[in-house]
Design a protein around this ligand. Structure first.
Ligand SMILES: Nc1ccn([C@@H]2O[C@H](COP(=O)(O)O)[C@@H](O)[C@H]2O)c(=O)n1
Ligand SMILES: C[C@@]1(CO)OP(=O)(O)OP(=O)(O)OC[C@H]1O
Length: 157
């Protein structure tokens, strides 16, 4: 059994939605990013890669590579899931926290859990998605950007 943690931030920019855990969430702003800027899936990838000491998302999918411009971050999750499987690991569980004043994540948490469970090939009850504000403090509190934290356990069945 191995543990991993991941953290990601994207600044808000022009747009009318944010991608969170593969779910399109309507919002007054978009995010600035090379890919689709999905902080949930980026933090999750970093946690999974960290658990296996395989580096980080930028090592495997460099922002300097045009292949990933505008990319659907679900493809990063599927690729990382394949790396896990090659090494004989499956996800034990993942606990994810989204940090922002808005959008509200709660109404989308179930859909996000379903996307992640599907892409990692595990039962829904292994995936937890939560959210918090920072009570208007800091960059998330000023609504300048959005952050996500992920913690995972990976296990050899
Ligand atoms: N972007 C967010 C932030 C929070 N929530 C939900 O609201 C609850 C209260 O948040 P506090 O920061 O005031 O503790 C939180 O526990 C979440 O259930 C949310 O859905 N989306
Ligand atoms: C996802 C990648 C893909 O090029 O780019 P961004 O969308 O900018 O996201 P970030 O969280 O900065 O991670 C780095 C990259 O791997």
């Amino acid at each position: 059994m191995r543990i991993g943690q991941g953290f990601d931030v994207h600044a808000f920019g022009e747009g009318d939605h944010v991608m969170l855990g593969g779910v399109r969430v309507p919002h007054a702003r978009g995010v600035l990013a090379h890919s689709d800027g999905d902080v949930v899936l980026h933090a999750l990838c970093d946690a999974l890669l960290g658990a296996l000491a395989l580096g980080d998302i930028g090592k495997h999918f460099p922002p300097s590579d045009e292949t990933w411009r505008g990319a659907d971050s679900r493809q990063f999750v599927r690729a990382v899931a394949a790396m896990l499987a090659e090494r004989g690991y499956v996800l034990g569980n993942a606990d994810i926290t989204v940090i922002c004043e808005a959008p509200k994540v709660g109404p989308h948490a179930q859909a996000i859990r379903e996307v992640i469970a599907t892409d990692l090939g595990v039962e829904l009850d292994r995936i937890s998605v939560k959210a918090t504000t920072t009570e208007t403090l800091g960059f998330t509190g000023r609504r300048e950007g959005i952050a996500a934290l992920a913690t995972v356990l990976v296990v050899r069945p």
